[in-house]
Design a protein. Sequence first.
Length: 567
Amino acid sequence: MSRQETTRPNDFIRAIVADDMKTNKWGGRVVTRFPPEPNGYLHIGHAKAFCLSFAIAAENAGVCHLRFDDTNPTTEEEEYVDAIQEDIRWLGCDWGDHLYYASDYFEQMYAYGEQLIEAGHAYVCDLTAEQTREYRGTLREPGKDSPYRNRSVEENLDLFGRMGNGEFPDGSRTLKAKIDMASPNLNMRDPVMYRIIHAHHHRQGDAWCIYPMYDWAHGLEDSIEGVTHSLCSLEFENHRPLYDWFLEKLGVHHPQQIEFARFNLTHTVMSKRKLRRLVEEGQVSGWDDPRMPTLRGLRRRGYTPEAIRQCLQRVGMAKFPGTTDIALLEHCLRQDLNKHSPRVMAVLRPLKMVITNYPEGQVEQLEAVNNPEDPSAGTRIVPFSREIYIEGDDFMEEPPKKFYRLAPGREVRLRYAYFVTCTDVVKDEDGQIVELHCTYDPATRGGDAPDGRKVKATLHWVSAKDSLPAEVRLYEHLFACEDPDDVEEGADFTANLNPHSLEVLSGCRVEPWLAGARPGYRCQFERLGYFCVDPDSTDAKLIFNRTVTLKDTWARIQKRQQQQKKK
């Protein structure tokens, strides 16, 4: 990873691993894994999981496996396999030669299924999916045994073999574990191990027509690969007794499963099902929409891997669910972008300024600092001429109190250039301001006035003749409230979508220095925020996404918390 964090986090998971290393529990080995299902794109919640697993392995001279849990051919595609690998690499993680697929173990898992049948711990059931749900019972009421639960070993082996040979239609039979239909843990009430699906698999083709359920495959995959520490989010805690039961009945390698709280953010959702709805219903432009919490969306918006990792490290590992204020993620992003992003000038809502006493046809090349936080970034040249554009919001004809920017008769500084004074306002027939006339003081180039007079505002600008046209997309939170699921009865999370989450500005102008900027290029528009060149951008049309504003909400939150503690 580039620009790695210098401090190593300390949490309950690392304490467990450290103790295991001390006691030589696994013979000095640390093997972790990240097992995504290739049925969608990764989001920042997944990033917490895989960054943890890769970090734990790296910190203990171990290895982390990337394993695709491809056990459902109806939802999985090679596109997702490629995208997941790309996203993991983008965040700085590397699995080396340890790339695996659950489908590589189908033969072994099938043999394990036969082993449980022979031991009397599994049976073929003819109940439909609906009947299976009815027989399962509820949290308050025990389930009841399937009428097929006591089939002989011979009959179960025969039926299981015929299931695998494709003799039965989809949904007609399943292989179930024979555990306890009265268990208080619903996962232990004879769970399904195999179901019949006649579908083409992205790697196995048509070789199989029965596929393992996730709960059956999950622990076996870890066992087959020799995983030592199986790190999972909290929703798998109630499934752990089932994984343990399978592994103990089979008498195979038994990894240690450790659960941690998922990463949740305010103003967004992490459910893959809900994110899919947003895409399919056209609420966003796609999985890489910059408002989405997917890694592809964050990358397109201009987020850096370093900022995401720093945020995840600061949140740390917890045993109990919680939600992180998105302001923390934005704070980490600003910190990283501030150090590494070049500064440029751009005008989003241009207002033309004519400097009446500046020589016509003259163009000056002014020197501008690329990044005051990084002297090695050097300087650039900005052209200055008689006609420039300033930000429309930087002028008011009748300014209120504490508005210190440009107004009739008022003097301000133009960044890197001169002091200018507004002398006249030009309006169209509708009374809208279309042009300002100003005069400049030649003695103030790039600095203060020789006579010591001061101004209260410095404005950014671009040359009207030399600046480049651009489109700018201003993004806000996708959801208007912190908890998108906080809705009235009868509504769902989409009721909280922010109708102002995207504003597209055409007619913007940017410095000529940005000519040729490629997709992914990040910079700070002075006084406006951090921006990134969008993949839709072309040589003929630059398109920028606002990554984050300059305002730091998290810093104010921390200051308020510190003040409250002092009180």
